[in-house]
Design a protein around this ligand. Structure first.
Ligand SMILES: [Zn+2]
Ligand SMILES: [Zn+2]
Length: 427
């Protein structure tokens, strides 16, 4: 019997994990730089949390959630996204209060029963941030700039921010009616899903990816034309701040996010490097959600980055990948040389230099081959000759350059922060 990973899931293998770690580290670095603190919530929550927040009529709630009863018959759901859980945890632990600003970030797996395709898995990973407690448009600009900075740091270019405002409780109903009336005239030409959306949630039609719906979507009423004064002023100030920070954006009046709770600002960041539209992250304001989940009225904004998509893009662009193997592989011939090698191995590790040696009793040739296979940066060779001279042969595996380095000199200079020596490749 052979087992396979469940459909829509994927193992992240050692060859891929350096890139995952790089992305995760850059995310953590930028979140911290912007003064966000990490929160880790359970992978499952009570089902009602998601139906209440994401919305009954969304695809997520209707057909994509992993919902199951536990042994006591309570309905639980694997989190399909993190915002609702972060709000729940923030309220339960008094992190979200009416008179303070709270900045939180998270990183981890989410679960949606979707048709698996490139860059889309049933267990997928998101990194995201949420801010609670202020409706200042400068915060909207800040989270957008955070996304752009983070993607730039990962080497992505031709980044474009797609920006819209979906209004508030006051102005959204009129817009919704306008959209409904407009699509009603074309009801017969819409896809089956959109015909249903026409009754339950007409704004969602704007998000439809079906080819047959596109020409109607393009001519649909624009949200920005239906904003009330407050929402218009908020949007104008936001673009003012983006201009001040020289963040490029494009107004996309059809951008509605796939969840019900958004208000005012909605945005996506895409990279045009691969031609097709690739939304690397999406987010927006959700000023009513905290109240809907039982808290005091608290404005909030957040976004999530799809890590599978991001890593797929980075792979396609062949961006520089972090080192996979150890900094040092110590190859020895004979017992006496091995004694020295074992001492140097411990010294290397104690100085923060990743290092390894042979445990399979291989010949020197086979040890060098193994070092190459595990992508070691350097090999230090100790044989009989070297033992006499107390000097090993240090080989740079990338350049094939060799030089003699005395035993007591090998790790002498390894005292800078990461411990990798002169040609450090940790950074
Ligand atoms: Zn409004
Ligand atoms: Zn459609």
């Amino acid at each position: 019997m052979k087992y396979a990973a469940p459909r829509g899931t994927r193992d992240i293998l050692p060859a891929d994990s350096p890139l995952w770690q790089l992305v995760e580290n850059v995310c953590r670095h930028y979140f911290t730089l912007y003064n966000y603190r990490e929160i880790r919530t359970p992978l499952f929550e009570s089902t009602e949390l998601f139906t209440r927040s994401i919305g009954d009529s969304t695809d997520i709630v209707k057909k994509e959630m992993y919902t199951f009863p536990d042994r006591k018959g309570r309905s639980l759901t694997l989190r399909p996204e993190a915002t609702a859980a972060v709000v729940r945890a923030g309220l339960e632990n008094n992190l979200i209060t009416a008179d303070s600003l709270t900045k939180l970030y998270y990183l981890g797996p989410m679960f949606r029963y979707e048709r698996p395709q490139a860059g889309r898995q049933r267990q997928f990973h998101q990194a995201g941030a949420e801010v609670f407690g202020s409706s200042d448009p400068l915060l909207d600009a800040e989270v957008i700039k955070l996304c752009v900075d983070l993607f730039k740091a990962l080497g992505l270019k031709e980044l474009e921010v797609s920006l819209n405002s979906v209004g508030c409780r006051n102005c959204q109903p009129a817009y919704r009616t306008a959209v409904q009336q407009y699509f009603r005239q074309h009801a017969k030409a819409l896809c089956a899903d959109c015909q249903a959306r026409l009754l339950t949630n007409p704004l969602r039609i704007l998000d439809c990816k079906e080819g047959s719906c596109q020409s109607f979507i393009e001519k649909a009423p624009a949200a920005l034309d239906h904003l009330d004064q407050e929402c218009r002023a908020h949007f104008d100030k936001l673009v003012g701040w983006l201009d001040a920070w020289q963040v490029k954006y494009r107004v996309n009046s059809r951008l509605v996010r796939g969840l019900d709770y958004y208000t005012k600002t909605a945005f996506e960041v895409v990279s045009r490097q691969l031609g097709a539209q690739n939304a690397l992250c999406g987010g927006g304001r959700y000023d009513n959600l905290v109240e809907e989940l039982g808290g005091k009225p608290t404005p909030a904004i957040g976004f999530a980055i799809g890590l599978e998509r991001l890593i797929e893009v980075m792979n396609k662009l062949n961006l520089e990948r972090p080192a996979e193997g150890p900094e040092l592989f110590i190859a020895t011939i004979g017992d006496a040389a091995r004694q020295v090698g074992v001492q140097l191995l411990a010294e290397a590790r104690s100085k923060g230099v990743s290092a390894d040696l042979d445990y399979l009793g291989k010949s020197l040739k086979a040890q060098l081959k193994a070092a190459d296979r595990i992508k070691a940066a350097h090999v230090y060779i100790i044989g009989d000759e070297e033992l006499k001279k107390k000097t090993g042969l240090l080989k740079n595996m990338a350049t094939a350059e060799q030089k003699e380095v005395p035993f007591d000199q090998l790790l002498a200079q390894s005292d800078h922060s990461c411990g990798c020596g002169d040609d450090c490749r940790c950074e």
